[in-house]
Design a protein around this ligand. Structure first.
Ligand code: ZN
Length: 132
């Protein structure tokens, strides 16, 4: 069983692959996801910036797209770690609004969101997700 601390460590480790030459703010994310066959895996991601700023993608969505593209569409936990390149992670690097909406597609309100400073319920961070 992956603890919240383990998942946070995986997110912090994923920061090392961040491509953030513009903001110099590296972010890592880790998601526990399940597939329709009952499989359960951890997917990690980092932020990937681009010279065309709008082409950038956050760490959370990188991890989410990796999971969904392999059939893991039910997220039960996510961890996020961020900080300036070469520095320790900050206490609170919350998912941005776009990522919260993106994650809501694959998460319930009780999905846990672990940051360095603690763990939140997804519904606490994003209580009114747009869902069809
Ligand atoms: Zn984001």
């Amino acid at each position: 069983m992956q603890t919240a601390a383990d998942l946070y460590r995986a997110a912090a480790d994923a920061r090392r692959y961040s491509h953030s030459p513009y903001s110099h703010f590296s972010v890592g994310a880790a998601i526990i996801a399940e597939n329709a066959e009952g499989g359960r895996r951890v997917f990690t991601g980092c932020n990937v910036e681009n010279a065309s700023y709008g082409g950038a993608i956050c760490a959370e969505r990188t991890a989410a797209v990796k999971a969904v593209s392999e059939g893991y569409t039910r997220f039960t936990a996510v961890a996020v770690s961020g900080g300036y390149a070469g520095e320790d992670e900050q206490d609170d690097t919350f998912p941005c609004g776009i990522c919260l909406q993106f994650l809501s597609e694959f998460a319930s309100d009780d999905m846990t969101v672990t940051l360095r400073s603690g763990t939140y319920a997804f519904g606490e961070l994003f209580p009114n997700a747009f869902r069809l």
